[in-house]
Design a protein around this ligand. Structure first.
Ligand code: ZN
Length: 444
């Protein structure tokens, strides 16, 4: 299949090390849903894989939304009367509420309090807060530091700009040898947080490079864009290709110690959902499949009823399901490279499964065709068939034109890789027709 290279644990570990190093270079950048932080991020991704970028002007209508003004920030702080910065954006970019409007005022602590955010239950962590669609400003700080603040007055500065500009996203498009499209979407909008979303961003960079070195059947589109408004913008500019989408994934949160979690598409039984079931089964990992719900990441947009795409989501812990989520504790030390490597293996297997999936029609369906004379079956009678022969029989038996390869793997309880090899051998022997869509009518 497409991505056998990551099956070797040494190769997977080396790729995870590379992704971790990329995450380390990306970590200090202050990203948001627009702005120069996103461009600087894509510059670093381009050291791994080449991208095509899009810049969409502020104010562009995107379904029920519009591209917001572009946000850029140089500095932000709260300084006491002696000029000492008690909260300093330059120490940690989570200290400013992301998308804060500019402000420059002198204020008492009481006046400042409504603009401060902290976590009393985790007094040493800085929370991550955003205000994309309501113009305001604010600071996030350790609760322990907040409790030490004196009545003031304080000098309060957010040196940011909110101005007409662009939303930036990028794609790595790898043309396929056959019909059909597949999408991998990862978001690029979080500032210094590691698992959310640098783990996904970094692993997808390495994966996209690997796919681009091979020859996939489908055209793969690896999209790097901000959450929600980014996927909506991409969808609005790519509606013409959507009827050809045969599978895809939203990915993120791939470096924590939680179990791998596949979230089904809204329809729940698309080829991607069936592929995930057999890939996670074959991986033998401590993985789980969960049903769709209309809350989470960009699967909310891809699976909305107007698109209804066969796109699921792969994470380890889901969003909001680990204590460090959306706080300064989601840092580089929180990432586990072994888990990144395991995530990459499963992610690449899933991409391989989506790529290999096809409908198959047995061209010699009346009785079993003679495999021995085609060199496909053990020549010595009387012995029971081996795994490969079993796979040949299962593929021939299920190849009614209406059943795809991942469904065959599920029903036969055999590894998908083995069934793919068997199907290829039968196609080469002229016994099977393969197609991107169901073929003919079911055989009665
Ligand atoms: Zn997030």
């Amino acid at each position: 299949m497409l991505l056998e290279s990551f099956q070797d644990p040494v190769t997977a570990r080396a790729a995870a090390d590379e992704a971790y190093a990329l995450a380390g270079r990306l970590f200090p950048i202050c990203r948001s849903i627009t702005g120069n932080g996103v461009r600087a991020t894509l510059d670093l991704v381009e050291t791994v894989v080449s991208l095509t970028r899009s810049e969409v002007p502020s104010g562009t209508a995107v379904f029920d939304w519009e591209v917001p003004r572009e946000w850029n920030i140089r500095d932000a702080y709260i300084a006491d009367a002696s000029g000492r910065r008690v909260v300093d954006f330059r120490q940690h970019n989570l200290h400013v509420v992301n998308y804060s409007a500019p402000v420059r005022r002198t204020m008492s602590l009481d006046e400042l309090q409504p603009h401060l955010h902290s976590m009393p239950e985790k007094p040493d962590w800085i929370p991550y807060r955003t205000s994309y669609y309501r113009e305001t400003w604010g600071f996030c700080l350790r609760h322990a530091d907040r409790e030490r603040m004196q009545p003031g007055p304080y000098e309060v500065v957010v040196d940011s700009t909110l101005a007409d500009g662009h939303l930036t996203y990028a794609e790595c498009v790898v043309p396929g040898s056959g019909p059909g499209e597949a999408i991998v979407y990862t978001h690029t909008c979080h500032p210094s947080l590691a698992n959310d979303n640098l783990s996904g961003l970094s692993l997808v960079s390495v994966l996209a490079r690997e796919v681009s070195r091979r020859s996939p059947r489908r055209t793969w589109r690896f999209v790097f864009g901000p959450g929600t408004i980014g996927s909506l913008t991409w969808l609005s500019r790519n509606e013409s290709i959507l009827p050809g989408v045969r599978g895809g994934l939203v990915v993120g949160l791939l470096g924590d110690r939680g179990a791998l979690t596949y979230k089904r598409s809204r329809r729940g039984d698309t080829p991607t959902d069936r592929a995930a079931e057999v890939v996670l089964r074959d991986a033998g990992a401590d993985a789980r499949l969960v049903d769709f719900e209309p809350y989470g990441y960009d699967e909310r947009q891809f699976c909305s009823p107007g698109f209804d795409l066969p796109i699921g989501r792969l994470t380890r812990s889901p969003n909001g399901a680990y204590p460090e989520y959306h706080s300064s504790a989601d840092d580089l030390a929180f990432l586990d490279v072994d888990r990144l490597a395991e995530s990459l293996q499963v992610l690449s297997n899933l991409v391989g499964a989506i790529d290999a999936n096809r409908f198959l029609l047995n061209l010699s369906p009346k009785g079993e065709p003679r495999l021995g004379k085609r060199g496909l079956y053990g020549m010595v009678g009387g012995t029971s068939p081996g795994a490969f022969e079993h796979a040949l029989l299962w593929v021939l038996s299920l190849a009614d034109g209406q059943t795809d390869l991942v469904t065959m793997a599920r029903r036969a309880k055999l590894p998908l890789v083995l069934l793919d090899e068997a199907a290829l051998a039968l196609e080469q022997a002229g016994l099977l027709q393969a197609a991107d869509q169901p073929i003919g009518r079911p055989i009665r």
